[in-house]
Structure formats: C-alpha cells, structure tokens
Design a protein around this ligand. Structure first.
Ligand code: GAF
Length: 380
C-alpha cells in the first residue's frame, strides 16, 4: 500500500512524499465508556490508513483518495464542508489552526486497508494520520496527546460525531502485542501484554451499517448527560457516570426514568467490567475474560440498545461453543464487527460454521479478519 501511494504521489505531484501509517483499532472491552470518563481497553491493529504528503507553495490543499479514485482541492484557508472523506482532513487542519498552528498548502494521497463501515475506526485513523503527518511536515510543536485530541476535535466539530477519545488514542498510542488500558478521564494509560498463546482474536464483519448509527450515538451521549443531571440534583459532586454507583442509579432513576436508568446502568456496569476484565488478563485467565465480553454484549444489546439483529445473531452463533472464550459487538454499534476470542485450532471450522449460518439467515456473507496487534501511528 505504501509503495502504491508513493508511486501515485510521484505521478501526481512529481516529487517524493513523506508517508505516515495510522492503524485502525479493536476494543477488547469498555464500550461507550470513553465519553463517560471511564476505562477502555483497545489496541491498534495490522490494518491502517496511509497518507503520502508534501508541501505545495500555492496555499492549496490537494487530496487524492487512492481507493475511491477521487480528488478534492480547496484553498488552505477556505475550508468547506463536503459531508464526505475530505472533512476528516479539513477538520484536522481547522483544529490545528484553532490551536494557533500554521499549516500552509499541501498535497496528499490517501489509502489503506481498513474496511470502511466495519467499526475498525478508519475515520479516526485518517484524522490521526493527517494530524501526525501535518505535525511532521510543518514541524509543529505537537505532542502525541495533542495529535489524539486534534483528531477527536476534528470529528466532533467538523464532521459532527460527538465521539469519545478511544479510537484516536488507540491509533496513536498502539503498541505491538499490547492492549492499552486507558483512563479516559486522566488519559493515564497502561500497556497490558496481550500474548494470546493458543487464542486468536477473530472479527466477524456483519457487513451492515444501519443508518441510525451516528444519530443514535449522539442520542446515547445525551441520555447519559440527562442521567448525570438528575443524579447531580442530590449528588453535586458527580461529574460523569464514572463517579456514579449502581445504588445512586436505583435511588435517582429506577422507576422514574426507566430509559435513562437502563442507559446509565449499562455504562456504570461496563466501567466496572473493564477493571475486572483487566484483572483476568493479568492472571492469564482468558475464559474469565470472555465471560465479561458476553456480559458486555448483553448490556449493549438489552440496556444500551446499540446492537442490531445481525450482531446479536453473530454472538448467538458462537455462544456456548467451548472453543470460544467470549464474543461481543465492538465499537459504536448498529453494525460493524463482533470481536471473538477463539482457540486457534478451532478458527477454521468456526469460520465455516458461522459464515454458513449467517449467510443463510441474512443472505449476505460476513467477512472475517484474523487481526494482529500492532504499533500506533508513525512515519513509515
Ligand atoms: C465509536 C466512538 F468513536 C468511540 O469514541 C467510542 O465511544 C465507541 O464508539 C464506543 O465505545 O467508536
């Protein structure tokens, strides 16, 4: 991919580019906890966005998307919304400018092998690749955390998805064969060795992305905020669901606002699950870890209601199989992938069994990815 993009860049712009790789992510556990200031446990993977980039002297941003064969150009100081992929790049430029950094004109060719709409954070990878590449190109005084925050703000403010910080953090801070246990409130993090031995991380891509995904995502955030506002009437010290206990939820929300109660209960339980699951990993107890994954899926489906029938079926198809420690939907929801921890020796037969059953039920085949955990964003 890198060679292909660099060749395209030379053909289009007649010079050598700088090339940056920024990976997609998986998340082992801790879903919808990042914007509630809780914990997450993601990792960067062996699928990435690449950006080949160089300066131009025309104060223009010229972009070419290799996979789509689409080009786009805009004046560097007249950023316009397209409702499409260039927004992730212009959003980063806009945020860098807001922070007082000067970026002039640049040319870029973008491509990668992260399947889109699969919930593997191709958009966060694109924003992180852009922020990192512009930092290098224009020698900006930006730290890794600045890059993460710039990429997140680009998505929040320019694209309009009120996403948390997990995806961007995983893309930038990923470390080969390690998970990142991230405290989304303090941004303190710990690398947990992820040596799976006989186990394999297997993703089944449902190959659906329901259209409500981003609007419902923003709605869930508002429901969590509504819960906090009610709890704060009695407990003003509470700033986020991170500070809330199950007892507070029972007292303040149960029987009064059932919808908000269910949403908040899921988040409070999920934050606790991440901590418990990290303990399982440290003890090398993959089976116990897997039970937390199944419980997480149940909460995501029944309490937080961000699953869909395709994802539920993918989890049901493996549940009870002794070769599968755990499975759950991954990411924002309403489509994308399930993440499964599967005994290596059983992977081939499981893939056939799940693929056949899923295809029979929905008339589309799932895609399957055997992912490896890799390093985060870097020049390549
Ligand atoms: C999406 C968001 F971008 C993340 O910030 C996170 O909230 C995730 O959904 C759910 O855990 O990937």
């Amino acid at each position: 991919m890198k060679q292909q993009l660099e060749q395209r860049y030379r053909t289009l712009y007649n010079e050598e580019p700088l090339t940056v790789r920024s990976p997609g992510r998986i998340n082992l556990i801790g879903e919808h906890t990042d914007y509630n200031m809780g914990f997450v446990m993601p990792a960067a993977i062996d699928k990435a966005i690449y950006i080949a980039i160089g300066k131009n002297n025309e104060n223009k941003i010229r972009l070419f998307a290799e996979d789509l064969g689409e080009s786009f150009a805009v004046d560097a100081d007249q950023l316009t919304h397209t409702g499409n992929w260039p927004d992730y790049i212009m959003g980063v430029v806009s945020e860098l400018h807001k922070a007082g950094h000067h970026t002039g004109g640049f040319n870029a060719v973008i491509g990668g092998d992260i399947p889109q709409g699969a919930g593997l954070s191709s958009s966060a990878a694109l924003s992180c690749a852009t922020a990192f590449a512009l930092g290098q190109l224009f020698e900006l005084p930006v730290s890794s955390v600045d890059i993460v925050k710039t990429a997140q703000a680009a998505e929040n403010n320019f694209v309009g998805l009120q996403c948390g910080i997990m995806d961007q953090f995983a893309s930038v801070f990923g470390k080969k064969d390690h998970l990142i246990k991230l405290d989304c409130r303090s941004l303190e993090y710990e690398y947990i060795p992820f040596e799976l031995g006989d186990w394999q991380v297997l993703l089944f891509n449902s190959n659906v992305k329901h259209t409500l995904a981003s609007s419902e995502y923003n709605t869930r955030r508002k429901e969590c905020e509504a819960g906090i506002a009610i709890i704060r009437e009695k407990y003003p010290e509470v700033n986020s669901l991170r500070d809330v206990t199950v007892e507070m939820l029972s007292e303040m929300l149960a029987g009064k606002n059932e919808l908000v109660y269910r949403r908040c209960l899921f988040v409070v339980e999920e934050i606790a699950r991440v901590k418990a699951a990290a303990g399982c990993l440290r003890n090398g107890d993959i089976d116990a870890f897997g039970i937390h994954m199944y419980n997480a899926h149940h909460g995501l489906s029944k309490l937080y209601e961000v699953s869909c029938k395709e994802l539920d079926v993918l989890v049901d198809l493996v549940k009870g199989n002794p070769a599968v420690a755990g499975a759950r939907m991954m990411g924002g929801g309403f489509g994308g992938c399930t993440i499964n921890l599967v005994k290596k020796e059983a992977v081939e037969s499981l893939v056939i069994q799940v693929s056949n059953a899923y295809t029979e039920t929905f008339g589309i085949a799932p895609e399957v990815y055997r992912v490896q955990v890799e390093d985060g964003t870097s020049v390549c």
